[in-house]
Design a protein around this ligand. Structure first.
Ligand SMILES: CC(C)(COP(=O)(O)OP(=O)(O)OC[C@H]1O[C@@H](n2cnc3c(N)ncnc32)[C@H](O)[C@@H]1OP(=O)(O)O)[C@@H](O)C(=O)NCCC(=O)NCCS
Length: 277
């Protein structure tokens, strides 16, 4: 087994290599077993506490560019002939566990937001066999998480799952079946509870305005679509919703956020006035 190597251009006598043209960093560590494994890391990748273990041969790991404060962090296992591809601008609050072995892949799209304690497992780690036939029951299967998905705290995505772009997975969910685009799926096993939704990154507690009652309060990403049936291309959201981002916020919300801003400057909290019934 090779010693741990940190992010910098690298090749060894077994044909393992790191392709990288940016500034060397201790924030990403690699360990190579086997041969002909390749890690391709974007020159603008940002990560904290990210560790990649190549456990077999012919594995591939790709990490896209990233400008988020902490970037991406986690522990990634890349097994024999397996692939883990992490897109651009993928963020995580704490380390994401990712595993792919036996020739399958985990693909994470662009702008995916992991919360904390997430796992994405394309394999179960150990084999289960049918005692009648001796056949393997729990085969490894590829996982694909589409662009701009939000994976809630503690949520886990298991083998064979595809999550369409723009979707949200609820806190603590275990995803065992496909989820369409622009949907909310929750629970264990996760089920779709909402369709035709879009979410945005600005934090409710940290990013003004501190009330966000409609889409006029956020800059809309390009992921506003209707949920499509399996195999169909998602249609854009109706104009009414997307136009909301160029309409001024409703007066009530504006008044609240203006008051909140003024109070914040004075170090006070403003409570929304209750309507009399
Ligand atoms: C997924 C989530 C965003 C959905 O919010 P929402 O669309 O407002 O959903 P609702 O509260 O209307 O719930 C819809 C249904 O799903 C259920 N549900 C919601 N979240 C659930 C969860 N995490 N697990 C199980 N069931 C859940 C509700 O009980 C409700 O069921 P019902 O219709 O039978 O009553 C939210 O529930 C959640 O999980 N929030 C936490 C996100 C997070 O991890 N944040 C960390 C910082 S990134």
């Amino acid at each position: 087994m090779s010693d741990e190597v940190t992010l910098a251009p690298y090749t060894d006598e077994s044909g393992n290599r790191i392709e990288f043209t940016g500034a060397p960093s201790n924030n990403i560590k690699f360990r190579f077993r086997g041969s002909n494994n390749v890690a391709r890391v974007h020159a603008d990748a940002r990560a904290s506490n990210l560790r990649i273990d190549f456990n077999g041969s012919n594995g591939t790991f790709v990490l896209g560019s990233n400008h988020h404060k902490r970037g991406f962090s986690g522990g990634v296992r890349v097994g024999q002939d397996a692939e883990v591809i992490i897109g651009n601008e993928v963020s995580s609050t704490s380390g994401v566990v990712i595993s792919a072995v036996e020739g399958v892949s985990v693909t994470i799209g662009d702008d995916v937001m992991f919360a904390s304690r997430n796992e994405v497992r394309a394999d179960d780690g150990h084999p289960i066999f049918d005692v009648h036939t001796g056949k393997r029951v729990n085969t490894a299967r590829s996982v694909r998480i589409g662009d701009h998905c939000w994976i809630g705290a503690g949520a886990v995505v298991l083998a064979g799952v595809k999550i369409g772009q723009g979707s949200v997975i609820g806190l603590g969910s275990i995803v065992t079946r496909d989820v369409p685009n622009n949907a909310v799926a929750v629970g264990s096993p996760a089920k779709v509870v909402r369709k035709d939704i879009a979410w945005e990154r600005p934090h409710l507690g940290l990013t003004p305005p501190f009330y966000k009652p409609d889409a006029s309060t956020v800059k809309q990403s390009p992921y506003w679509h209707l949920t499509a049936a399996d195999g169909e291309i998602p249609a854009p959201a109706p104009a009414a919703a997307t136009e909301a981002s160029v309409r001024p916020a409703p007066r009530a919300a504006r008044a609240v956020s203006d008051r909140a801003r003024r109070a914040a400057r004075r170090g006070r909290t403003v409570w929304r006035r209750r309507r009399s019934r």
